[in-house]
Design a protein around this ligand. Structure first.
Ligand code: NAP
Length: 540
């Protein structure tokens, strides 16, 4: 084996990923007295909040809803500085948590998992790292996140390019010097928008290569020092109890279906104004559910958002490019922005429309579009992710009889409640596809609910003398068909975006996230546990 010393360790549970979910999963299993180990490919803990250290990276869920609820002491000791804090602050929070609960000893960094095989006779997973380490683990809990495998666009010739290429999700921890440089950004999703609005004033020239314009909502960020912070801190108990029962895992609730139709146009307009003024994702998942199901109401909201954007631009040629018209509001993840639209009236910023004339290739000096060379010192790729599945499939997981998850999902992406896959006993997939945690949730709300469910399932097996659990094919089919039924009621299935795998060539199309609501999903998961895991096969 090429001189690599192989070591084999036995643990009860191996947790892959030391981000929000992984830290909590490690804590829960360790507190229950289990022998648990956690590995992460990163050089530090934090998951998403470690890797995505690009300029302008910032939370767009309100911080007071984006935290762990398991420890009153932690809630009491941590103070968020802002409603929408920056990436370094969120990473500090996660490190504060890991320090406080002494999690570091069980976390092994710089460790990428490259293979996991279920050994049916031994009843454990054989998990291998890139460096050749091997673990035998009864339970394999993947906490690798739904947006962790970066998408690299297919422009040929990158080896020719003499400048620097940096993907936002692999941004160098020491930063990239952009001051005065000729910079290009490909991608204008939630990430690209944050980068562009942050670097425009610092760089020499900025070429923004836009394929699809977004309905970005103006963020209302504010300090949480003083009264506002005190108020939200007084709400901890409410938030902890209520967030998991809402539609999106945020502090607001969504009215019942059909309510919006009972309002007049003016009344709906008033509601939209107040949601827009909130400066948050309330505008997306806090107005009324029909925005995502009723084409006519969606059109009304889309036009409302377009008007808001037009009012910021004041330039017909730019308006034409920056105001989305080809898809409806909310059917592509709505980004928040802070000064994004104004950036395009700067003299050093140029918007290159690559919708009709795609980027052809790299040259030595930059990118070629429509035969024209755009000279660049640095190219920022804000091109997104192989979402939901990519971070799992790249681990080469093989279940019973050597069945490959990668091959399975290259044909059809299925799971049971996003938490387990038939044929893969004792594999748990936090933030896996077909659960709200894939896209339709304020992430910590859903991640904690999933970690609690997985932990309870493991404790159930341990306390009742079972060695493994997996969903039956029938249970999985039932979930997939329920998932599809809900998904197909929405307009999201028609928009090309990472939500349904449309951003990755050849990826099977299916809405990756369960969209029946966080509260509904939680109830369904709870019913399964209360029934003693009916529909799941438990082996003694
Ligand atoms: P994304 O939404 O998938 O956007 C990728 C962008 O790259 C799109 O504009 C896409 O254009 C463009 N692109 C991809 N390939 C291209 C090509 N070959 N040529 C030209 N353009 C190309 O990815 P993202 O912006 O990284 O966001 C992903 C998700 O991360 C978000 O939806 C959100 O859930 C999360 N996020 C969260 C935060 C936060 O909480 N603060 C911040 C950032 C991101 P098309 O649309 O035409 O494909």
């Amino acid at each position: 084996m090429g001189g690599v010393a192989m070591t084999t360790k036995t643990v009860e549970a191996l947790v892959v990923g030391a981000g929000i979910a992984g830290l909590y999963q490690l804590y829960k299993l360790r507190e229950a007295g289990m022998q648990v180990h956690c590995v992460d490919a990163g050089s530090d803990i934090g998951g998403t909040w470690h890797w995505n250290c690009y300029p302008g990276a910032r939370l767009d869920s309100p911080s007071y809803t984006y935290q762990y609820w398991f420890s009153d002491e932690l809630l009491d000791q941590w103070r968020w500085s802002e409603r929408f804090p920056t990436q370094p602050e969120i990473k500090r929070y996660l490190k504060f948590t890991a320090d406080k609960f002494a999690l570091h000893d069980q976390i092994q960094l710089n460790t990428r998992i490259v293979g996991a095989d279920w050994d049916d006779s031994a009843g454990h997973w054989v998990v291998r790292s890139e460096a050749g380490e091997v673990w035998h683990a009864q339970y394999l809990v993947s906490c690798v996140g739904m947006l962790s495998a970066p998408k690299l666009p297919p422009f040929p010739g990158h080896e020719k390019f003499k400048g620097t290429i940096a993907h936002t999700a692999r941004w160098p921890q020491g930063g990239v010097d952009l001051k005065g440089k000729k910079v290009g950004v490909v991608g204008t999703g939630a990430t690209g928008i944050q980068v562009i609005q942050t670097i425009a004033a610092e760089v020499g020239e900025l070429n923004v290569f836009q394929r699809t314009a977004q309905y970005a909502v103006k963020m209302d960020n504010y300090s949480l020092e003083g009264e506002r912070g005190d108020y939200w801190r007084s709400q901890h108990e409410n938030l902890k109890n209520n967030l998991p029962n809402t539609f999106g895992g945020f502090e607001w609730t969504l009215p019942e279906m059909d309510w919006a139709r009972s309002l007049s146009v003016e009344e709906r307009h008033e509601l939209l104004e107040s949601c827009w003024a909130d400066g948050s994702l309330k505008m997306w998942v806090g107005t009324y559910p029909e925005v995502l199901t009723d084409a006519a109401l969606n059109q009304e909201v889309s036009e409302f958002a377009r008007e808001k954007i037009r009012a910021r631009i004041n330039n017909p040629a730019l308006e034409e490019k920056l105001v989305p018209t080809s898809y409806g509001f909310g059917t592509y993840r709505v980004p928040l922005e802070n000064g994004y639209y104004e950036v395009f009236s700067r003299d050093n910023v140029n918007l290159v429309d690559v919708a009709e004339t795609p980027i052809e290739a790299f040259s030595e000096n930059g990118l070629i579009v429509g035969g024209k060379e755009y000279e660049l010192d640095v190219l920022v790729l804000a091109t997104g992710f192989d979402a939901g599945t990519g971070s799992l499939t790249q681990m080469n997981i093989r279940g019973r009889d050597g069945v490959s998850l990668t091959e399975l999902w290259s044909k059809d992406i299925t799971s049971t409640m996003g938490l387990q896959v038939h044929g893969f006993p004792n594999l748990f997939t936090i933030a896996g596809p077909l659960a709200p945690a894939t896209a339709f949730c304020n992430m910590p709300t859903c991640l904690q609910q999933q970690v609690d469910w997985v932990s309870d399932a493991i404790f159930h097996l341990r306390d009742n003398g079972f060695k493994s659990i997996e969903p039956s094919q029938a249970k999985q089919d039932e979930w997939v068909s329920h998932h599809d039924e809900v998904a197909n009621m929405t307009l999201l299935v028609h928009t090309n975006a990472w939500y349904n795998g449309a951003n990755i060539e050849g990826k099977p199309r299916r809405l990756l996230s369960y969209i029946g609501g966080v509260g509904t999903y939680r109830d369904l998961c709870a019913q399964v546990a209360e029934s003693g895991y009916q529909g799941f096969i438990k082996a003694a």
